[in-house]
Write a protein that binds this ligand. Structure first.
Ligand SMILES: [Zn+2]
Length: 94
């Protein structure tokens, strides 16, 4: 697995797949990030990371650590470009 820190933010990482163990706090609390207002039942789920109503910058994280709030972005050209500030914040719908 490649998991590279982003220089500008010590709690952001570019990674090619979901880390099992968070490189920042060393817990196994990395979960798939879910954007938006969670359903009431989602608050009690431990298999997702709820981003909530305030989006991440500059793009939404792919995975998040429930322990330390570290953000993990999948290693795609689009994500790397967005994180490098080379593309607009908002993407058109696929
Ligand atoms: Zn963590």
């Amino acid at each position: 697995m490649n998991c590279n820190p982003i220089p500008e933010r010590e709690d952001w990482f570019i990674t090619d797949r979901k880390p099992t163990i968070c490189p920042r706090c060393k817990t196994k609390e990395v979960r798939k990030a879910v954007l938006g207002k969670p359903l009431e039942e989602d608050f009690f789920r431990d298999d997702i990371f709820v981003i909530g109503c305030i989006p991440d910058f500059p793009i939404n994280r792919t995975w998040g650590c429930r322990q330390c709030d570290a953000a993990f972005f999948k290693d795609t050209p689009r994500n790397k470009a967005a994180l490098g500030g080379l593309v607009p914040h908002q993407w058109p719908k696929d």
